[in-house]
Design a protein around this ligand. Structure first.
Ligand SMILES: Nc1ncnc2c1ncn2[C@@H]1O[C@H](COP(=O)(O)OP(=O)(O)OP(=O)(O)O)[C@@H](O)[C@H]1O
Ligand SMILES: [Mg+2]
Length: 466
């Protein structure tokens, strides 16, 4: 399990190096030992957002190259050492990605520093996704996405906008069907005219006809004056017929007529009226199935789906998740005057693996809720509602150190690895406290020195020379 990324350790003090490396290995990092040399930075993989841990003594030999590199990628430098106040201050003032830790090393401090460093990186990663040019923004509709299916969708929308052909937008609930319809209108030559939405499912059946086509005074009880319908309001603009799958059979016939002749009759009128509207319909129902079950007219279906567009569910375009999170975070932070800095990498991982049955709307609501509840700092998995975490498996065993204080977590635990982790932590802490002296560490743990050495071997923790 090396899920957490790579850490490069450059330290002449072998005991510290081994301790740091053993400790971080057990935290799931991939550790590479390296030496500080002129070509050091050339040996690091390009574009890696990794962590370099070095002795504070190297400060001045590392900094120039590091700063240059940090400008384009986002490596982090953690310096550990006995250095004077001055050198620490110099390091801290150099760049926002340089951190320092005093010796003798405190493992809890190291852990929280590495956590902070990674949070800083995930924030940077989000910043980068936001302006890497891969983002595609459609005018005022602010529809964003960078995954392949979304890029294809954006191309389709841009093309479709040029014509006046009827469009049928399909997709699960919350995928952005209305947003797509608005984008088509915005990009079309009709954008100075009205975009008129009608939710066919929300208007009672007996009112929908008059709502769509208008009525003349006295045509029914309550019709006190002539009233224009949505078709008329959308003249020379776009009419958005939302939830079209819920339209009743008698209105389906009337709608078909408008689509064929571009004319309609207001309720109670004797004359028909001409209109020039572009129609976009949307539904989260499967219209083809409704046609088969005879709940939707086949002829109307073909008239509507001249250009069919399907918006993929969010779970099929994971790449868009961090991008959307970042956009929503910026918006809600500014709406609510909050200063949530970002989502920790672990939290992003959890959210990228979630199924998102409510799609983008669910994600948007979650980010809003998190920003309201947390007005600053980073969002961590602990901030997420339970249902987002239930898909997590034993990889996310809570740190054994916290296990003592906490109850058994809801999701359960893998006892063997928790016990092992607990043991490793205590051993490493003992070694840290004794500056790597195994004899003293063994005393602290009430073990024989040879037993401790055996354990280290078994655990594959190379620790100093024997
Ligand atoms: N690609 C996107 N970029 C930014 N915001 C999006 C995107 N897709 C959807 N949203 C946001 O998600 C929410 C839901 O979008 P929308 O109302 O268009 O979905 P819908 O498919 O019409 O949903 P429903 O089926 O429930 O009517 C809106 O607040 C919208 O702004
Ligand atoms: Mg909708």
């Amino acid at each position: 399990m090396h899920a957490n990324g790579t850490i490069f350790i450059a330290d002449n003090d072998l005991k510290t190096r081994d301790l740091v490396s053993a400790f971080l290995t057990y935290q799931g990092y991939n550790i590479t030992h390296t030496e500080i040399s002129a070509s050091f930075f050339d040996t690091l993989p390009k574009n890696s957002a990794d962590i370099i841990i070095a002795d504070l003594a190297y400060l001045h030999s590392i900094l120039p190259d590091f700063s240059e590199r940090a400008a384009s990628t986002n490596p982090l430098l953690v310096l550990i050492g006995y250095g004077s106040r001055n050198s620490k201050q110099a390091a801290n003032e150099t760049s926002e990605n340089v951190f320092t830790l005093p010796k003798p090393l405190n493992l809890d401090e190291l852990e929280s520093l590495v956590m902070r460093a990674r949070e800083y990186q995930s924030m940077k990663m989000l910043d980068n996704t936001a302006d890497d040019g891969g983002q595609y923004q459609i005018l005022t509709a602010s529809m964003i996405g960078k995954s392949r299916p979304m890029k294809e969708l954006f191309e389709m929308i841009t093309k479709v906008a040029e014509s006046t052909a009827t469009v049928l937008v399909q997709g699960e609930s919350g995928t952005g069907k209305e947003l797509a319809a608005r984008a088509i209108h915005q990009l079309s030559g009709r954008n100075s005219r009205n975009f008129v939405p009608v939710n066919c499912a929300a208007i009672p059946d007996d009112l929908l006809e008059s709502e769509l086509f208008g009525h003349v005074k006295g045509s029914f009880t309550g019709a006190y004056a002539n009233r224009a319908g949505r078709f008329e309001m959308a003249d020379k603009g776009t009419l958005f017929l939302d939830e079209i799958g819920d339209m009743k059979a008698n209105l389906q016939v009337k709608l078909l007529r408008v689509l064929q002749n571009r004319e309609f009759e207001p309720v109670g009128a004797s004359k028909s009226q001409k209109v020039d509207v572009r129609i976009i319909a949307a539904t989260n129902k499967n219209l083809e199935e409704l046609v088969i079950s005879k709940d939707f007219r086949e002829d109307l279906y073909y008239r509507l789906s001249v250009i069919p567009i399907t918006i993929p569910p969010l779970r099929d375009r994971g790449e868009d998740i961090p991008l959307l999170i970042n956009a929503f975070l910026t918006r809600f932070n500014s709406d609510k005057r909050h200063a949530v800095k970002g989502f920790s990498r672990e939290t992003l991982e959890v959210l990228c693996n979630y199924e998102w049955p409510g799609n983008v709307r669910e994600l948007e609501n979650l980010v809003e809720r998190l920003v309201i509840l947390k007005d600053s700092g980073f969002i961590t998995p602990d901030d997420l509602p339970e249902k987002y975490l239930s898909g997590r498996q034993s990889v996310l065993i809570p740190a054994a150190g916290t296990l003592l204080e906490n109850q058994l977590p809801e999701v359960g635990i893998c006892l063997n690895s928790a016990v092992e982790e607990f043991e490793n932590r205590l051993i490493l802490q003992a070694l840290a406290r004794t500056g790597g002296n195994k004899k003293e560490a063994a005393l602290l743990l009430n073990l024989k020195r040879t037993t401790l050495i055996e354990k280290l071997k078994k655990k594959n923790l190379a620790f100093g020379e024997e």
